[in-house]
Design a protein around this ligand. Sequence first.
Ligand code: AMP
Length: 143
Amino acid sequence: MLVADILKTKGNAIETVKMEQSLRITTQTLASRNIGALVVTNGEGGLCGIISERDIIRAIAENGAAAMESNVKAFMTANVVTCTAADTIVEVMGRMTQGRFRHMPIVDGDQLVGIISIGDVVKHRIAETEFEVEAMRGYIASG
Ligand code: AMP
């Protein structure tokens, strides 16, 4: 199964925040969209980082409530690991496990085309495994 299969069911919606916006706005967007991370964009709308709830926890731990007025750039991860629609779900799962993060933007060249979360990966892996189990059962029963 490919990242493209997840994109087909999930669509291309990507929640973003600009790097000069505040952690307050970021936190409000995460809460209202019920998601765990936002892709950070520069003035031209290009990918320049990712900020997740974990980064906000770190900001609060270091600076208390005042952290809410800091800008995203100060706490985002700039070195973003991305994937493409042609990557397999297994490859993406491996990169997430190795990097210890739960979100990955999907790119096509320098275009952002979606975002995949560990929740999407697990959901599709379970569906794939169930399909394989059913196929094996059918094969055994027919023999
Ligand atoms: P998460 O598990 O997605 O909440 O993120 C945990 C940490 O990894 C945070 O510091 C994020 O900024 C960072 N992070 C999340 N996704 C990525 C990614 N695709 N590439 C690099 N770092 C990431």
